[in-house]
Design a binder for this molecule. Structure first.
Ligand code: GTP
Ligand code: MG
Ligand code: ZN
Length: 357
């Protein structure tokens, strides 16, 4: 019995290919640091499920333009409608800290008020993410800047919402690469297949000296242009603007109000009120470039967030920066919740109102 292989778009290279159905799965061998090929056809259903859960498929990258081989979880195509979510923002804007805080909270059950649970789909990748980012973050370490040239996903989760399970792939590349105008930059390839984008604006970004970027919204500008290279994206791709490091103004209304906002289930009117406050805030500060995604995309929400809850400081002279009093993320799930509503992971009439003009 043969069925048409399902067409899948690889989140990494954005090529489409027929998902292999020959029953052969790659399993990473810790000893040899290589993949073993395992044919699951002869295995019992329980063993087959086990191998597939830990296994991979190598993307054939039909365009042959990625340079390095890349792998997707063998179960990636078991679920409909995979989602690719990318973070965009200047170098040092706070993308990596925000994604870390967000995935950490989602993993700790932070999406349960929305009827959503989260688990790993790519176990090796998730372990790596946990070790490299979540654990140091929990210990109060300030995470390092992302290296230029990252093309792989940061994490691939299985998000089970009221409308069914969906694989969600997150990309967190270097701000430096997001500011590169090189058309074939491999690090920004994910943008060709992105289904939702989180634009990250850091609170001090108006001061050009405070980040590595001359124009803090340059990465926004480039990403908007790249995404709108596919005209349908203006209506197809929902976006969220996250104003991060909002802890720096945590006593200032209206920042204060939203940072303290408790998660109480999906409330489109509340998201709209927050979006209005953030819009007005950015507008008053003259951050016009950072509002570009709002004008360019039909569905856009805006949020005040803080990944760490405070500034990092050097523990001793010459030492790595630390969050000495620990991390206290605030409102970090808000942009993700809005995107899950706008992409139908959280379905229903309330979700349909989120981000609508
Ligand atoms: N006060 C405060 N500082 C933050 C927060 N999030 C990140 N930072 C600081 O901002 C700096 C940059 O954060 P990253 O998350 O590495 O920024 P990035 O956008 O990933 O940077 P690149 O990887 O270089 O593109 C770090 O020194 C953090 O300590 C926050 O929520 N509040
Ligand atoms: Mg980073
Ligand atoms: Zn690929």
């Amino acid at each position: 019995m043969t069925t048409e292989p399902r067409r899948v778009r690889c989140p990494v290279c954005a090529d489409e290919f027929g998902w292999p159905q020959d029953g052969r799965v790659l399993v990473f061998n810790q000893g040899t640091r290589k993949h073993d090929i395992i044919d699951v056809n002869g295995l019992s259903p329980a063993k087959r499920a086990g191998v597939r859960r830990d296994g991979y498929i190598q993307c054939p990258n039909p365009a042959g333009d990625m340079g390095a081989p890349h792998y997707l979880p063998a179960t990636y195509a078991d679920y409909p409608d995979p989602l690719t979510v990318g973070l965009v923002g200047a170098p040092m804007a706070g993308k990596t800290h925000l994604l870390t805080a967000m995935i950490r909270e989602a993993y700790r059950g932070g999406l349960s008020p929305y009827g959503v649970t989260t688990s790993a789909l790519d176990f090796r990748r998730h372990d790596h993410f946990h070790e490299q980012f979540v654990q140091p973050f929990e210990r109060g370490a300030a995470l390092g800047g992302t290296d230029s040239g990252v093309t792989e996903a940061a994490d691939i989760l299985l998000v089970r919402g009221p409308a069914g399970p969906r694989p969600v792939t997150f990309f967190d590349v270097a701000g430096e690469d997001l500011e590169s105008t090189e058309a074939m930059n491999r690090s920004t390839r994910f943008m060709l297949g992105a289904d939702a984008v989180i634009f990250v604006h850091a609170l001090e970004d108006e001061d050009p000296g405070s980040t590595g970027s001359v124009n803090p919204s340059w990465s926004f500008e480039l990403a908007v242009e790249r995404l709108l290279g596919v005209p349908e994206n203006a209506t197809r791709v929902p976006v969220a603007i996250a104003v991060t490091k909002a802890d720096r103004m945590r006593y200032v209304p209206p920042v204060q109000r939203w940072l303290r906002a408790p998660a109480a289930g999906l409330d489109a009117a509340r998201i709209r009120a927050e979006s209005r406050d953030v819009y007005a805030f950015l507008h008053r500060r003259g951050a016009v470039g950072s509002l570009r995604p709002f004008d360019a995309f039909q569905r856009c929400t805006l949020h005040f967030v803080s990944a760490s809850g405070g500034d990092a400081s050097p523990a001793d002279a010459g030492q790595q920066h630390r969050f000495a009093r620990g991390v206290r993320p605030a409102n970090v799930l808000a942009p993700l919740v809005a995107l899950l509503a706008m992409t139908g992971v959280i379905g229903g009439p309330e979700a349909q109102k989120v981000g609508m003009p």
